[in-house]
Design a binder for this molecule. Structure first.
Ligand SMILES: Nc1ncnc2c1ncn2[C@@H]1O[C@H](COP(=O)(O)OP(=O)(O)OP(=O)(O)O)[C@@H](O)[C@H]1O
Ligand SMILES: [Mg+2]
Length: 343
């Protein structure tokens, strides 16, 4: 039995003290003390309970005074009050609660440090990404102001290039806005039954020119029994646009992109596979971070900001799903996720 609450402490102390008293009596008198007068036994019993009550009162008061302070501090942070339950508390319980609280605070602190680093990186990344198009625009405008405007060879060309840089900035800002909306849960999902083949075919039409330019064929294979999934149609379309666009951008000439659906119990497994340049193993864990690009120069050249996969991840998380990737360098990549079948 653990001596860990006021009652147990008082029983333990009163037993020890009463035993000591008996030993002292035996030492100074003799066994006749008990044998001669039975009221002496009554005295011992009374003594036992007297000590017990006294120690109980003292330890309980001590417990309450000390523990109350600890508890008030802990529950001030937790935002609840359990002071009413103090009566049946033991010290082990308090210790456990304090440990849980300390662990929770430790985790919170680590999360805050992580967020702080993330924020710092994020601001650095945003300014870095915006700097390039801004300086480009500045260069073109300055050249035009310095006389280039009258030079028919460059005026329209530079204006078009400046316009391209502006488009790039708009893309970055729009992508950031989408992520920020998804993160702050400002955008409510409009979940409905979505005919998944239709969504993919629409995206194929949208990206047909890009695929043709790279001589990449787009294929759809439906091995699932259901025709629809539960999803937000526009957001699901965005997921397919980002993934299929990537498979074209990072595909090889004459390659192919295959979108497949498979049955998985109440869900449909969706795979977007390509036989493109692939991704090295070290990059896979960071792939869905904002602004992460395996080959920054190549991606930037083809107009990528590294936000596409981050948006895909956020949209699927909003659907309570996750995105997975398998990839082998120079062989190809497969992105997959599941969605609940439609009703
Ligand atoms: N199918 C793929 N094959 C090979 N690499 C890929 C593929 N998809 C993504 N990647 C790599 O992952 C990186 C991040 O992709 P993500 O879509 O987030 O950004 P992006 O395509 O560079 O820019 P954005 O999509 O914002 O225009 C890419 O830069 C590329 O290096
Ligand atoms: Mg992309």
């Amino acid at each position: 039995m653990k001596i860990n609450n006021p009652l147990r402490i008082s029983i333990f102390l009163s037993t020890v003290i009463t035993l000591l008293l008996i030993l002292m009596i035996l030492f100074f008198q003799d066994f006749r003390f008990i044998q001669n007068d039975p009221t002496n036994i009554l005295f011992l019993v009374f003594f036992f309970f007297f000590i017990m009550v006294c120690t109980y009162m003292v330890t309980k008061k001590f417990f309450h005074e000390k523990i109350k302070v600890i508890y008030k501090n802990i529950y001030k942070f937790k935002g609840t009050s359990r002071l009413d339950k103090l009566n049946d508390l033991d010290i082990d319980h308090v210790q456990k609660e304090a440990e849980d609280w300390a662990n929770a605070k430790q985790n919170e602190l680590e999360q805050m440090k992580q967020d702080e680093n993330y924020r710092r990186d994020f601001i650095g990344n945003v300014s870095h990404e915006l700097k390039t198009p801004i300086f480009n625009i500045q260069g073109y405008v300055e050249t035009l102001l310095d006389g280039g405007l009258d030079d028919d060879e460059i005026n329209v060309k530079y204006l078009k290039r400046a316009n391209k840089s502006i488009e790039r900035m708009i893309n970055i800002v729009e992508d950031l806005e989408v992520i920020s909306h998804l993160e702050t849960e400002q955008s409510e999902l409009e979940i409905e039954n979505v005919i998944i083949e239709d969504v993919v075919n629409e995206v194929f039409d949208l990206l047909e020119m890009k695929a043709n330019n790279s001589k990449i064929s787009l294929q759809l294979i439906n091995e699932a029994s259901a025709v629809s999934v539960r999803a937000d149609k526009n957001k699901l379309q965005q997921v397919f646009i980002n993934l299929i666009h990537n498979s074209i951008k990072y595909g090889k000439k004459n390659g192919k992109t295959r979108v497949s659906f498979f049955d998985m119990g109440p869900n449909i497994l969706i795979e977007i596979a390509d036989n493109g340049i692939g991704i090295d193993e070290d990059s896979l864990p960071r792939l869905f971070e904002r602004f992460y690009r395996v080959d920054k120069n190549r991606s930037r050249e083809i107009g990528g900001t590294g936000l596409g996969l981050s948006i895909v991840k956020h949209i699927l998380e909003a659907h309570n799903q996750t995105i997975n990737v398998r990839s082998t360098k120079n062989v190809g990549s497969t992105f997959s996720f599941i969605l609940e079948k439609g009703e």
